[in-house]
Ligand binder design. Structure first.
Ligand SMILES: [Zn+2]
Length: 238
């Protein structure tokens, strides 16, 4: 539903994350120009991506020209196949990480069940992946078309986006995206998901570094937009 979109600025929205515990479904950034739509992340599977596509149609958004993968994790990339005709941009390492992490698995319900029984620690994630993809027979990984190593400027009509590699513990290929007074963060300061322990804390040093960017709104993929003050408070109350 288009009503679900959270407005950020003129020409910028956030399709909010689903906070149901069993669903790993981050939010997706939407930026429009006169002729194009740019997405920040692809949706966690084809169904999620199609829901976003419906919202875009309802708001008469221009065609999706670019999809920016903030990092390779499945919940940010497995919707990629829906965005045919658009160019996927990501950090240099994203392509190899996607292939290494997800490209070698035979993805179907049976294989997922088998992997879950071999590796019980990974079972909840595998179940979430299986829930996000309705039909494994038509699923395919959508790999980046354009990659960069340190920083890339993307100019679309009158919009300038700066994609900047930030790396960190969560994912080696994490990037942040500057769009005017807004900074899209992906999951960059979250603990690494495969090593998650009770009591894990965000990467506070990275949060401090993010505050050095002259922006007013920070958009964290699983929590949504926050002001500079919100981010400062998270650091003060650590
Ligand atoms: Zn992630």
């Amino acid at each position: 539903m288009a009503e679900a979109l959270q407005p950020i600025l003129e020409h910028m929205w956030f399709y909010p994350p689903d906070s149901t515990p069993e669903t790993t479904q981050p939010g997706v950034g939407i930026i429009t120009t006169t002729n194009a739509t740019i997405l920040v992340d692809a949706g966690n599977g084809p169904r999620h991506a199609r829901q976003i596509r419906t919202a875009l149609r309802q708001m008469d958004a221009p065609p999706v020209q670019y999809v920016l993968y903030t990092h390779h994790h499945w919940d940010h990339t497995f919707g990629g196949q829906v965005w045919t005709g658009s160019l996927i941009a990501a950090h240099d390492q994203c392509r190899a990480l996607l292939l290494d992490r997800y490209g070698s698995h035979p993805w179907n319900a049976h294989a997922i069940q088998e992997q879950a029984s071999l590796n019980p620690a990974r079972a909840p994630v595998l179940r979430a992946i299986d829930r996000a993809v309705d039909d494994w027979s038509t699923f395919r990984l959508a790999l980046p078309h354009i990659t960069f190593s340190h920083r890339m400027i993307l100019e679309v009509d009158d919009l300038t986006l700066t994609l900047e590699h930030i790396g960190g513990q969560h994912a080696a290929d994490s990037m942040i995206i500057h769009a005017g007074s807004v900074l899209f963060l992906g999951d960059c300061y979250y603990p690494p998901p495969h090593l998650r322990q009770p009591g894990d804390t965000p990467d506070y040093a990275m949060m401090e570094m993010l505050l050095e960017h002259p922006v007013e709104i920070y958009i964290d993929a699983h929590h949504g937009p926050m002001s500079r003050t919100d981010l400062e408070q998270r650091l003060t109350h650590r």
